[in-house]
Ligand binder design. Structure first.
Ligand SMILES: O=C(O)CCC(=O)C(=O)O
Length: 261
């Protein structure tokens, strides 16, 4: 169990690890009962997404329907609105990007048996043109199951957070990639410049369930338009700081967030 008083040291250590390695692991952020609860709500959110007509298979992203993608997590269940603002991720993201960060996206990718790798990419490369000179974006990856190579752990290219342009990416990046292993309840912190892909789940019957909280500096256009996505009820539940981070108020980019000290 991580205490609030541990957060400054934890966040500073993680930020150092991310600067050095591009990735860092924090174990035990959620306990087993919390993990089970979030996973249950994720499957309910997946069913609700389908019910609302938003498919959970993204043909353009994944090679087959064994990857279950749940997009509008914050709208689908208030639990995910809480998780995207979790004190542990907040402390780490603030340490890396500064207090004025915003939420770009919050999605799930459940790699079921038979799932394969998506396209190799860096998340910063998707939202910002090269050259990528600094960490402007970061992922907090919530592990809702144990994550191993055989059940589809995210594969990452060590050292790729120092790549400045696409020309730095080797010809066959997957052959040099390393799986990000973690126990259920951990978070994996990944610099947005790290080149990565989903692994293949070659198990008979074991899911790999991850949530991806994607955060950026405030000048980067978000991947998800929360103003359009969130119902008035869900928007009204957000704190002033989260309203800023989700871009729910009138001003978006006129200087420092009014709600942050
Ligand atoms: O599921 C994974 O391991 C990676 C997912 C990913 O990189 C993405 O959806 O952009």
């Amino acid at each position: 169990m991580i205490e609030l008083s541990d957060l400054p040291v934890l966040a500073a250590t993680v930020a150092d690890d991310v600067e050095r390695d591009g990735v860092a692991l924090v174990a035990g952020v959620l306990d087993p009962a919390e993990v089970a609860h979030v996973l249950e709500r994720l499957w309910a959110a997946s069913a609700e997404s389908e019910r609302r007509g938003v498919p959970t298979h993204a043909a353009g992203l994944d090679p087959n329907a064994s990857n279950v993608r749940v997009f509008d997590l914050i709208e689908l269940d208030e639990l995910f609105a809480e998780l995207v603002a979790h004190p542990v991720s907040d402390a780490i993201v603030e340490q890396v990007l500064g207090a004025d960060y915003i939420v770009s996206n919050f999605t799930a990718n459940i790699a079921r048996p038979g799932s394969g790798s998506m396209m190799v990419h860096s998340d910063q490369g998707i939202v910002m043109p090269e050259p990528w000179l600094e960490t402007q974006t970061i992922n907090i990856i919530w592990c809702l199951t144990d994550v191993r190579a055989d059940n589809g752990a995210t594969l990452h290219l060590p050292g790729s957070h120092r790549f400045r342009t696409r020309a730095d990416v080797p010809e066959d990046p997957i052959s040099q990639m390393v799986p990000l292993r973690a126990a259920a309840g951990s978070i994996i912190v990944m610099d947005g410049r790290v080149w990565h892909t989903s692994g293949s789940n070659v198990t008979e019957d074991e899911d790999r369930a991850l949530l991806f909280g994607y955060y950026t500096k405030p000048f980067v256009r978000p991947q998800w338009n929360f103003t359009a996505a969130l119902s008035p009820e869900r928007a009204a539940e957000q704190s002033p700081t989260m309203r800023y981070r989700l871009g729910l108020d009138i001003t978006l980019n006129v200087g420092r967030a009014p709600t942050l000290s």
